[in-house]
Ligand binder design. Structure first.
Ligand SMILES: Nc1ncnc2c1ncn2[C@@H]1O[C@H](COP(=O)(O)OP(=O)(O)OP(=O)(O)O)[C@@H](O)[C@H]1O
Length: 243
């Protein structure tokens, strides 16, 4: 479970994330929906312990983000969009092993888990090839397996489908559904209404770092008297909402 309490981040004079609070339960996909610059990446980077909050905190599976960052790190899996960050000269297996060793897993645990996941994600054929020689889709599979090698309880996805082709987007969507079935708590950021509508159990609409609306899509449509998510989004983040 993820419990976020008054999380804020100020960069010099930019209030990137402003007093954000929300909760995500096991087996739930929580979509952070917002325009460019809304504060999604900053929020996820803080939850991933990659960036120190200016104020506020979060409990990740009962562990405090500020006081116990090393314990938090063991409980989260991260899949961020863009470059997969693999070492080209290491094989796919070595890339995954390197990350797993940083998570303090034993050699036996790592081997068993790689065998299981290589089968599950169809990686057998290329797992011992250097990452630099793999296609973009193959690299993505390696990044996916790396993100769950330590069987985290919480998954953070930051625009994980940006720049991918149709079949790779589907792979990522299937992976998110798989994580939900495994009972993980999932936070997924996107600016695509269609993606959010398709995958998320609950959404938080974020604008200028603030949460301006939250709930299931059904709840929000009813509350704002619309059956169009895009219209709802524009109403909440458009000019007339500015304060
Ligand atoms: N390291 C930084 N230094 C200064 N300002 C930053 C830094 N990182 C982010 N910002 C600013 O914080 C605000 C929120 O950015 P953030 O990347 O979190 O938004 P986002 O919702 O993820 O946007 P996008 O969809 O474009 O990735 C923006 O105004 C951005 O310019």
């Amino acid at each position: 479970m993820v419990e976020v309490y008054g999380l804020s981040k100020i960069f010099k004079n930019i209030r990137a994330v402003d007093n954000l609070s929300f909760q995500v339960k096991e087996g739930e996909v929580y979509g952070l929906l917002g325009e460019n610059g809304a504060g999604k990446t900053t929020t996820l980077r803080m939850l991933a312990t990659m960036l120190k909050p200016t104020s506020g905190t979060a409990k990740i599976n009962g562990k405090d983000l500020i006081k116990e960052p090393e314990l938090v790190r063991k409980k989260i899996g991260i899949l961020f969009g863009g470059e997969s960050g693999l070492y080209d000269r290491l094989t796919a297996r070595e890339n995954i092993m390197y990350f797993a060793e940083l998570q303090d897993m034993t050699k036996e645990e790592i081997k068993a888990r790689i065998d299981l996941l290589a089968d599950k994600f169809g990686m057998r054929e290329f797992i011992d090839r250097p990452a630099g020689k793999l296609s973009k889709g193959m690299k993505q599979k390696v990044a996916i397996v790396r993100s769950i090698i330590h069987n985290p309880k919480i998954m953070l996805f930051d625009e994980p489908t940006s720049g991918l082709d149709v079949s790779s987007v589907r792979e990522v969507h299937d992976f998110i559904k798989f994580c939900r079935e495994e009972g993980k708590a999932i936070i997924f950021s996107s600016h695509s209404m269609a993606e959010v509508e398709k995958l998320c159990d609950k959404i938080g609409i974020i604008h200028k770092g603030r949460l301006v609306a939250e709930g299931t899509i059904e709840f929000l449509k009813e509350k704002y008297h619309t059956d169009n998510l895009e219209e709802l989004f524009m109403e909440l983040v458009g000019e007339k909402h500015e304060s």
